[in-house]
Write a protein that binds this ligand. Structure first.
Ligand code: MF3
Ligand code: CO
Length: 255
């Protein structure tokens, strides 16, 4: 097999994209189960147990577990937690805004996806934040066309999110993905169209807007993992693994 590399980006063959589609389906299926399990009274560690069990039941391995010492299969980030919430004894409650981020490795290839779900009735602005983040991801994905550039994705996300009155996190970004969870290029959720590395058929990316209701700045908590909004505002996170094809973007993390 000849590996093709463009501007540091490892381009995947059709065979490799097919394997990433399988990894992506597993991530999407398990994420769906986790979303359905979210309810008042469940502990975040119970979600982690479901994630570990269901990923393994599908012949895959949790990719987050042990990654740079991360201790769980899933990230559960609640309310002002942006990303990298570690599952534990915290019990979820009505009104919580819960971001779930999951990765799996199947036959050597990675899938990575995230979504945010509210428990019970949310404030108008919390609902708007979640909807805007999901729509920002959709627009970022739509901008991932062959011959375009990474900055096209970044600008599509940022333009939409800021027009809604929210802010995009700067310190954490999306990424290339393939045999490794994190490959070139970085995919920021802010930037200018026409800038950055070129997108080609076979470019595989994890696009993942992290959106704060208030200021974009963040801080890392005492566990050295969990990222919080600096101003205490709510945050939401959606992510898909996608492949750029001759015909445009294909979302790989779908059931
Ligand atoms: N979606 C996140 C990322 O792309 C998940 C990484 S969490 C970690 O970076 F625990 F694995 F680090
Ligand atoms: Co990711």
């Amino acid at each position: 097999m000849v590996t093709s590399i463009s501007e540091g980006i490892i381009l995947k063959s059709a065979r490799e994209v097919a394997l990433m589609r399988q990894a992506g389906r597993i991530v999407a299926e398990v994420l769906q189960l986790l979303m359905e399990a979210v309810c008042p009274g469940i502990a975040t560690k119970d979600l982690d147990e479901i994630a570990r069990r269901e990923i393994r039941a599908r012949g895959a391995l949790p990719s987050f577990e042990g990654y740079r010492g991360y201790p769980a299969a899933v990230c559960v980030s609640v309310n002002d937690e942006v990303v990298h919430g570690i599952p534990g004894g915290r019990v979820l409650a009505e009104g919580d805004v819960v971001s779930l981020d999951l990765g799996a490795i199947y036959k050597g290839y990675q899938g990575d996806a995230a979504l945010t779900v509210g428990i019970g009735s949310l404030s108008f602005d919390a609902k708007r934040l979640i909807e805007a983040t999901e729509e920002g991801l959709k627009r970022g994905i739509a901008a991932a066309r062959p011959g375009g550039r990474v900055g096209d994705i970044s600008a599509a996300v940022q333009g939409y999110i800021e027009a809604q009155g929210f802010s995009v996190v700067r310190e954490y970004v999306g990424h290339g993905i393939g045999r490794n969870m994190h490959e070139e290029p970085q995919v920021p959720n802010f930037g200018q169209p026409g800038r950055g590395p070129m997108l080609r058929a076979g470019t595989t990316l994890a696009i993942e807007p992290m959106v704060n209701a208030g200021d974009w700045r963040t801080r890392v908590g005492d566990n050295h993992w969990t990222v919080y909004t600096l101003d205490g505002s709510l945050s939401a996170h959606f992510e898909h693994t996608i492949a750029v094809t001759e015909d445009g973007p294909e979302v790989l993390t779908v059931a």
